[in-house]
Ligand binder design. Sequence first.
Ligand code: PDD
Length: 286
Amino acid sequence: MTRIVYLNGDYVPEQEARVSVFDRGFLFADAVYEVTAVLNGKLLENDGHIARLLRSCRELNLALPVTPDALEAIQRELIARNHLREGAVYLQLSRGSTGDREFDFPPAGTPPTLALFTQARSVINHAKAISGIRVVTLEDIRWHRRDIKTVGLLAPCLAKEFAHVQGADDAFLVEDGLITEGSSCNAWIVTASGTLVTRPLSNDILHGITRRSLLELAKNHAIPFEERAFSVEEAYAAREAFISSATTFIWPVVNIDGRTVGDGAPGPVTRALRAIYVEMALRATA
Ligand code: PDD
């Protein structure tokens, strides 16, 4: 099926969308992005994604060429034009192009490149949400501003490839013996006493929108949690582990570096939290 994508003001068939080879997103990864889940044809937690986009833009001195409301209207229009019921809307904003390769920022007024497209995928009934995933740990070689959602994603691509070569699904990234996050998700464990643990917000991790909602839901459902860094050894010994992101919601982690987590099946706290999140998501998009 040919998708209709959005590029700099136009809705065009995907084959017709063209970006310059001199675009700074292409040459320097000088671009930010967001991924918003779509359920029942509606955007989920989009206010959080737009707020994070604005923060990424501020941190990089990138100007959003449309208002947040206009951006959401584009997202909605794309969902409608592509008849998307379940999946995600991807958006990317680069610093545009001056028609050559120059490290220096382009002159003020150089138009940025804004592109959006939809991706159909199963979120609610994804097989991995039920079976869980295997992860391997790997040194976190990313830059020091992981709180900014840039398209400089070579390290996560390498991490996923490293995991796949070893027969795993994904990687937990490790710095100074402590897990920062997953290659494209936040990382969580459940301790022997049933407490959720996830790394606190800092420049070391992306400030996940799903992470934030899960903490809020845990609070409302009296599920104890701690925001603190945890070690690889603690993850090995955890009763449960899971990942969170807009595209997975929650996927249980049943194996880390070949070691079974808990009894090797998705645990009760993980399953309960996923059910709570899914219920919230379905209600929000009904
Ligand atoms: N990734 N950490 C990293 C490094 C991520 O790339 C993501 C999201 C998250 C979770 O953030 P959120 O809950 O807001 O989706 C954490 C998206 C889904 C991606 O790159 O496709």
